[in-house]
Design a protein around this ligand. Structure first.
Ligand SMILES: Nc1ncnc2c1ncn2[C@@H]1O[C@H](COP(=O)(O)OP(=O)(O)O)[C@@H](O)[C@H]1O
Ligand SMILES: [Mg+2]
Length: 258
């Protein structure tokens, strides 16, 4: 019997960004961002309004090109991929836009099943089953036939989250998932994000302006400021920091927070 080689141990970083810059027109939005996001971890990205948090997510997703620098996702340098290989890259990642972006004219069931249909799945029964399972995982199993307009804000987020995870992505990017929700609903969404990350081992990157969310969703917090990583550490390290800029931001005194 021939000996099988031991499996290569996966890179502990799922996302590794080095000297990333992004310039749009005359505006230097990211000016040399270097960071690592551990596989299976929960990471929060914070920073003032307009500091490039959404731009950063779009770069990681491969939706817009980097100006310079490196973005490695799951061991693949994505800044040099062809459009076709970018498609493969994007399938590893679920993206939850700020507004959830559900299709208004489709039911919850159709919305959540949409990525499966798009990925070429044709077996209606299989799709139904997978949609049902996924909606149950986000505590929305009873609302399959509803239209998004008849759901509450929190329920729409849950449906959008189900749609983002139905293809079993390795990573989900959340852009301000709790904005516009009341604190109780926001907290339930934060817990759902954490549960999704832990139970499914999904790397989760959460852009948020909500300091209360950090302890729930994040093992690591990255604070972007003036196009650079100003701080990276645990939520506890952030909250106990003596740095003036960090304290002002955390306490919402900087006029920077969105
Ligand atoms: N497609 C675009 N064209 C021009 N400017 C853009 C574009 N997308 C983002 N920007 C600018 O980049 C900056 C960062 O935007 P964004 O990443 O959305 O900030 P935020 O941190 O609030 O998410 C802002 O000044 C915004 O105006
Ligand atoms: Mg944004």
């Amino acid at each position: 019997m021939s000996a099988t080689p031991p499996p290569a141990s996966p890179d502990p970083a799922f996302i590794r960004v080095k000297d990333l810059t992004k310039t749009i027109g005359e505006q230097h939005i990211l000016r040399g961002v270097t960071l690592e996001i551990a596989r299976g971890s929960g990471v929060a990205i914070i920073g003032g309004s307009g500091t490039g948090k959404s731009v950063f997510l779009k770069l990681v997703m491969g939706l817009i090109p980097a100006t310079a620098g490196s973005i490695e996702v799951d061991g693949v340098e994505i800044t040099k991929l062809s459009e076709r290989n970018l498609g493969q890259h994007r399938r590893k990642i679920g993206l939850l836009f700020q507004d959830g972006a559900l299709f208004d004219s489709l039911t919850v069931e159709e919305n959540v099943g949409f990525p499966l249909v798009e990925a070429g799945m044709r077996d209606k029964e299989k799709i139904r089953q997978k949609v049902k399972e996924t909606l149950e995982a986000v505590d929305l199993g009873e609302h399959l036939q509803k239209l998004p307009s008849s759901l509450s804000g929190g329920m729409r987020k849950r449906a959008a989250l189900a749609r983002a995870i139905i293809t079993n992505p390795q990573c989900v990017l959340y852009d301000e998932p709790t904005s516009g929700l009341d604190p109780v609903v926001a907290d339930s969404i934060d817990h759902l994000i954490r549960r999704t990350q832990r139970r499914r081992g999904i790397t989760s990157v959460v852009v948020t302006h909500d300091m209360k969310s950090l302890k729930t969703v994040a093992d690591q917090v990255i604070y972007l400021r003036e196009g650079l990583v100003y701080f990276s550490g645990t939520p506890e390290e952030l909250f106990s920091s003596k740095d003036d800029v960090i304290q002002q931001f955390v306490e919402g005194r900087s006029g920077e927070s969105s």
